[in-house]
Design a protein around this ligand. Sequence first.
Ligand SMILES: [Zn+2]
Ligand SMILES: [Zn+2]
Length: 224
Amino acid sequence: MPSGNHDLHIHSLYSDASSEVFRIAERSSSLGLDTIAITDHFWPSLGSRRGGRPLIEERRAEIESARDHFSELRVLDGAEVDIDADGELAEVAGGLEQFDLIVGSFHWSMDSSLWAQALARALREPRFQILGHWDGFLTSFRESDGDAAATALAKAGVAIELSGRYQVQYPRFLEQGKEHGCVFSFGSDAHSVEGIGRLQYQRQLASDLDLKIVDVNGLGRGTD
Ligand SMILES: [Zn+2]
Ligand SMILES: [Zn+2]
């Protein structure tokens, strides 16, 4: 049984947060988390104006040094990438394959029918492992759209994030996810060191609903 003692959605000062990579690892380690993912946005994803290979490589070197320093903590080198209306993922300099983990997220408001359609397209050949803050920008929710989305997510094996930043607006979808055999992940979406691991409510919800938590050992390069 995966412990779920992870936070797979954390931003650093390499995108729109204030946290240094080393401080993120230090805080996570002191909280007793076993796995974290640093998931910055890189231009042209809209959460950041910054990007390019030198920036990503500089960040990677900091992640590697944090791994050396906090050897009991698993630090995944991740990115959060926009999912567009046509289901395409925004590109990142150097490609998505260089990362251990991709969080795919919608960052534009839409109703659930557009959401389910875009998601179905994105999941045909999924290039991401986690659907970030799934209802953060949803303006409505129809049962049939939730059903279609949950079916596609389960088939693709893409985890549904329980977000520490966006409140669950449509809890029915979590039940649908469960019914279809989806897995779930925890992500604080922290933009400050203090926000890391703030997931008590989400952990309780997962426990109350008996949701299946993603096995983090299956994530990352060289682990499958
Ligand atoms: Zn986001
Ligand atoms: Zn984020």
